[in-house]
Structure formats: structure tokens, C-alpha cells
Ligand binder design. Structure first.
Ligand code: GLC
Length: 629
């Protein structure tokens, strides 16, 4: 059962697809006082949800903020990342879901200030709130998901393995990556094109020195079985004579400053303008630009920098240069030195800038900061709408960095700029169920870590976990050590792990489709399946994957294995040197040895396996063998 409570929202976010009448009964569970919602949690209550938010699967004990943020340092003290996913599921003496449909800053204090109290504080009381009751945790999620509409389903090839790196400059670089994987017999479906393929980082262009015959290159790669997946950034370079800028400027499709001039920000292309994705005409105009690439044979995209990320605004940069003059020629003490340094470091993603530009939405003019969390969502929707028209016969691969609930209908998301840290394997695992609750099923993290330097063992363990994430992409930042599956000399172990992914695709893709069609979660905490098992409630480093599989990845340096909790008897499935074996293992705790050469996971009943394949197109879904009993 879903009840809606309405507190004069100012804009329709589009997150919800069912038009429910607002209830005039008292709000259950929460007390609303001075614009703050509070709820007293029972001692044993677990709090799930919040999508991409970091820390444990149980979110209790920390404070979170919904504010889509370009933050390349996902440390434990962070309150926001790229997504704003305002759904919580409380499992204590009361059991209910709650969704705050609110487009801007919202704070969730989940026992941070007072361990027993959950408070939710919107910047202003102008929102819709939904309370969802159900018989089980899974039921509540199903009800919520029916409220927000069906999740995006990618094409089958998007379940293949993808290799990505910022810093593959030319088509020769891309071809060399493909050649290396082919030579090592490593299955591969996708190669990603980061901003290096663009002409001066301008959206919908191609650098013709680096790709003299882009269309030919795309089709030669397709003929060899590979999909090229280019990046599209939100901001458009301000450059007269560049048609995308000229059109956007003339038609008034960019966000405006208080004087009605295009608001100018610095991102990768330098001074740029922000398409107004809240304006339906501007949104259609930008989405239709993807045609430049679909005409060249492109069938997948990743949308980036759409929080929107602002390195600086033109105005703030001008004033920073003014301010810094005051320090010139002075002998600086420590404090004034830091003051001088901060003149520039504080420019990025500054609140002042988010406060100083405007959108033209159907409901009227909005200050950006009042609708901030919708920007990336609306960019993804813009692309998805146009891509459906441009490529009506097949789904297009699409995922984004920033998001809000609602974007899950248009595409997937990846979890942004993580690090090559062991703790980030676990973090990625812990992000998955929250994302699934909020409808984001096509998700994954940058395998091997984006920032920092990866090692052979870290990549092996990360891949062994990512075998199960719908988006399986190895991606790294410019200047970091190579971390593709051929980078560490011996390729055999990497080939085996990626091969295992392909062998499991019949199960994984089927379970993904089932989750999307039935509004279910593909990844679930154990407590969702074993509600009456107190031990299952405490597990936050294992996940259920689909109906019949459980994973318990190794995420510690030099670990020889790990402790695993089995909520019931299962098959222990071990891939070792390409051999896949199954043995029954009893309910309870076990230390499972997992050498680097092995991948271990667990199944309930038999599991279908395909023969190894070079790519998804060559997977034979008709000849499956079954493992386990
Ligand atoms: C952002 C993206 C990252 C990409 C980089 C360059 O940091 O999150 O994935 O590689 O920009 O485009």
C-alpha cells in the first residue's frame, strides 16, 4: 500500500509514474516539526536504501546529503556522491519504505546526531512524500518500484566485458587494446571512448587527426565484434562557429545568469555553456544531436559531468584573479598562504555558482540550486528519448554519472571516480542493493579503480566481484598505471575470470530481465531473502544475485580466503584454472579458501553455464550445461 503526502512541491520531477491522490490523513511514522521529519528507530532497526550512498548496506549511523556531487575522492566521511536517491527502507519494529520526491538538498541524519532518531531535513518544505507498506522487504521494494516505473534494459552486448581508459588517444591506441585482448583470448564486447576522441572536447565532434575515418573505424570494429562507446559531457564549449554552441546560444537553450545571458562555466573544453535539460525544447534539441554518432554506427553512450560538474565559472574565475592580487608581494604566514591557495581551490562546484543560473522549465523559471538534483537525470532522459527515435529497433546502451530516481527508466549509472583501493571493492558491493531498490539495475563501478594505481591482485579480486555486476567495465584515469586485463604480463588468470562472466551470462541476463520486468532487485542483501535469520541481517559483504546465487567476494589484500555465511545449504561453485566444480556445503559459517587463481560463489540448486565465448554475439544460449545439484 502506498500513501502520498503532499507539501506544495514547486516542480514535478517526473520520478513517479502513478498519479496518486494526496492523503489528508495524518502522516504515519514521522513527526513533522519546523520543516524537519523525524522518526524514532527501534534498537534493532536496519535502514536500507539511499541508492549510491556509501558506507554499509545498513545506512544507520551516518549522515547523508542528497546533492549530486562531482567528487573524485570517495572517502568514508563523504555525505553525497553523484546520485540523489531519496528512498529509505526501515526494517525494525515498524517496517516501511519512504520516498522524498524533492529536487534539491535534503539531509538524512540516520542516527548520526541521536543514535535512535532518523531526521530528514529538506532545504524547504516543498515536496511529495510517499509511505510504502508491505508484507516483506521485497514487497515494499516491489511496490515502490511500481510507483517509479520500469527500469532500463540494456542490449545484451552491454553484459559483455568493456575496456576503458582516459588517455587512449588515437584509433591506433584503441585498435592496439583490442589486438592485445584478442591475442590473449580475452572476451571483450566494448571499448570505451573517453574525451580524447573529441575535437577540443566539443560534444558531438570527432577529432579527425586521431580518427581520420571514424565511421570506417566504427564499422571495422563492429565487424570484428566490438562496440565503441563514446562519452558525452553535459557542457557545450563556447566557441563561435561550432554549430552546437551557435544553435544553443541563438535558440536560448543554455542556462542563463540573472541578466538573461548564457551562464559560462569551465570544464574540460574550457569556457562552456550548460544545456537547459529542464526545458523540453532544449532537451529534445540536445538529445537529437546524438544522431551525429548513431549515424556513424554508434550504439552506446556514457553521459558524464552532469551533476553538473563546474571546475569554475567565468565570473568566479575573474574575481579569483582580482582577489589573488591582494596577496602579491606580501610575506605570507601559514594562514594567509592557505587563504591564497583557497582562492582557486574553492572554485569547483561552488554553491554561489549553483545559485547564480536559471532554468526555463514548463512550470516557470527556476534557480538551478532549487532543482539541482534533476540535471543529470534530465540529461539521461533527453538522450534516451532521442535514442529511442533514432534507433527504434534495438535498445541503445546508455548510462550516466549523475542521477535522480526516474533516470532509472532511461539508463544505468556507474558509480564514478573511485580509487584503486581494496576498500572500494567492498564499497562497490555495498552500493549495489541500494541502487537496485531505487530502480538502477544496470550498474557497476570502475573495475580496478579509476584514480590511483592498480595492482595485479587488486584487479583479479575486483574482476572476480564484477563478474556479477551488470555493467562490467575496467576504467582508469589519465596518468595512472595500465590496468587492463593484459597489463600485468600473465593474461591466463584474467582470461579465465572474464570467460566465467560470459559463461554465466545466460543466468545473469535472465535474472536481470526478470528483475526489470517484475520490479525486483537483482542484487539483494541476505536479510531480504532470509528475513527470519538473525545472522543474515548482520551480513554486509555478501549479496544474493538473482534467485539462485550468492556472492561473497574477497576484498582484502593478501587474503587467502574469507569467512562466508550460508543461510541455507548451497553449492559452493569454484572456478579454478578454467575448471568449474560444485560441492554441497552446509548452512552456517565457513572459512573458504580462495587463492588468486580461483573464483568462488554459491548457488541454490543447479546453475546454467554457457560454453566460453569470444563475445556476447557468439554466446550459445541453446547449449547450456548445468552445475550443482
Ligand atoms: C570524469 C569521469 C571519468 C572520465 C573523466 C574524463 O572524471 O568520471 O570517468 O574518465 O571525467 O572524461
Amino acid at each position: 500500500m502506498i500513501r502520498k503526502f503532499s507539501y506544495s512541491p514547486k516542480i514535478s520531477t517526473g520520478a513517479v509514474v502513478k498519479n496518486l491522490p494526496a492523503s489528508d490523513l495524518p502522516l504515519p511514522y514521522f513527526e513533522l516539526k519546523d520543516g524537519v521529519f523525524s522518526y524514532r528507530m527501534s534498537d534493532s532497526a536496519c535502514v536500507y536504501g539511499l541508492g549510491e550512498a556509501i558506507r554499509g548496506i545498513n545506512k544507520r549511523g551516518w549522515i547523508y546529503e542528497s546533492w549530486c556531487s562531482d567528487d573524485p575522492f570517495h572517502s568514508e566521511e563523504k555525505r553525497s556522491l553523484y546520485g540523489a536517491h531519496n528512498f529509505l527502507l526501515i526494517d525494525g519494529d515498524d517496517r516501511f519504505g519512504v520516498f522524498f520526491d524533492y529536487p534539491t538538498r535534503l539531509t538524512f541524519d540516520i542516527g548520526y546526531t541521536d543514535p535512535a532518531v532518523l531526521t530528514v531535513t529538506p532545504a524547504e518544505l516543498a515536496l511529495d512524500l510517499y509511505i510504502i507498506d508491505g508484507d516483506s522487504l521485497k514487497d515494499i521494494v516491489r511496490e515502490f518500484r511500481a510507483l517509479i516505473g520500469k527500469s532500463y534494459i540494456p542490449p545484451l552486448f552491454a553484459f559483455g566485458y568493456g575496456q576503458s581508459r582516459w588517455g587512449y588517444i588515437t584509433e591506433e591506441d584503441i585498435a592496439a587494446v583490442v589486438d592485445k585482448h584478442e591475442a590473449a583470448g580475452i572476451p571483450l564486447d566494448m571499448i570505451y571512448l573517453d574525451i580524447d576522441y573529441l575535437d577540443s572536447f566539443k560534444d558531438f565532434t570527432v577529432n579527425r587527426e586521431r580518427y581520420p575515418d571514424f565511421e570506417g573505424f566504427v564499422s571495422r570494429m563492429r565487424a570484428r565484434g566490438y562496440h565503441l562507446i563514446p562519452i558525452i559531457d553535459a557542457a557545450v564549449k563556447r566557441e563561435e562557429g561550432y554549430s552546437v554552441y551557435d544553435e544553443g546560444h541563438e535558440k536560448g537553450y543554455f542556462c542563463k545568469d540573472e541578466n538573461g545571458e548564457d551562464f559560462v562555466v569551465g570544464v574540460w573544453p574550457g569556457m562552456s555553456c550548460l544545456p537547459d535539460f529542464l526545458n523540453p525544447e532544449a532537451s529534445k534539441w540536445f538529445g537529437d544531436k546524438y544522431k551525429a554518432l548513431t549515424d556513424a554506427g554508434i550504439d552506446g553512450f556514457w553521459n558524464d559531468m552532469n551533476e553538473p560538474a563546474l571546475f569554475y565559472s567565468e565570473k568566479a574565475l575573474d574575481s579569483a584573479f582580482e582577489k589573488i592580487k591582494a596577496f602579491e608581494g606580501k610575506t605570507l604566514d601559514a594562514l594567509s598562504y592557505f587563504g591564497a591557495r583557497d582562492v582557486f581551490t574553492r572554485l569547483s562546484n561552488a554553491q554561489d555558482d549553483y545559485d547564480s543560473f536559471y532554468h526555463n522549465a514548463p512550470e516557470g523559471r527556476f534557480r538551478h540550486s532549487n532543482v539541482h538534483n534533476l540535471y543529470g537525470y534530465k540529461m539521461t532522459e533527453s538522450a534516451a528519448n532521442s535514442l529511442k527515435a533514432l534507433r527504434p529497433d534495438e535498445p541503445t546502451l546508455l548510462f550516466s554519472r549523475a542521477s535522480y530516481i526516474g533516470a532509472h527508466r532511461s539508463g544505468g549509472i556507474w558509480t564514478g571516480d573511485n580509487h584503486s583501493w581494496w576498500s572500494h571493492i567492498l564499497q562497490s558491493l555495498q552500493q549495489m542493493p541500494g541502487l537496485n531498490m531505487c530502480g538502477f539495475l544496470y550498474t557497476g563501478s570502475d573495475i580496478g579503480g579509476f584514480n590511483g594505481n592498480c595492482t595485479r591482485d587488486l584487479l583479479i579480486r575486483w574482476l572476480s566481484f564484477a563478474v556479477f555486476t551488470p555493467l562490467m567495465r575496467n576504467h582508469a584515469a589519465l596518468g595512472t598505471r595500465s590496468q587492463d586485463a593484459t597489463a600485468f604480463g600473465d593474461t591466463e588468470v584474467f582470461r579465465r575470470i572474464i570467460e566465467l562472466r560470459y559463461r554465466l551470462i545466460p543466468y545473469l541476463y535472465d535474472q536481470f530481465l526478470k528483475a526489470a520486468e517484475n520490479d525486483e532487485m537483482y542484487f539483494r542483501p541476505l536479510s531480504f531473502d532470509y528475513e527470519n535469520d538473525p545472522a543474515a541481517r548482520t551480513i554486509d559483504d555478501q549479496l544474493m544475485v538473482g534467485d539462485r546465487l550468492m556472492i561473497a567476494p574477497v576484498y582484502k589484500q593478501n587474503a587467502a580466503g574469507r569467512n562466508v555465511y550460508l543461510p541455507e545449504q548451497m553449492n559452493l561453485i569454484r572456478m579454478s584454472g578454467g575448471e568449474i566444480t560444485a560441492e554441497p556445503i552446509e548452512q552456517g559459517w565457513h572459512f573458504i579458501s580462495v587463492p588468486l587463481s580461483d573464483v568462488v560463489f554459491f548457488s541454490i540448486g543447479k546453475l546454467p553455464l554457457a560454453e566460453p565465448a569470444k563475445n556476447t554475439a557468439e554466446l550459445d544460449f541453446d547449449h547450456l550445461t548445468y552445475i550443482g545439484s
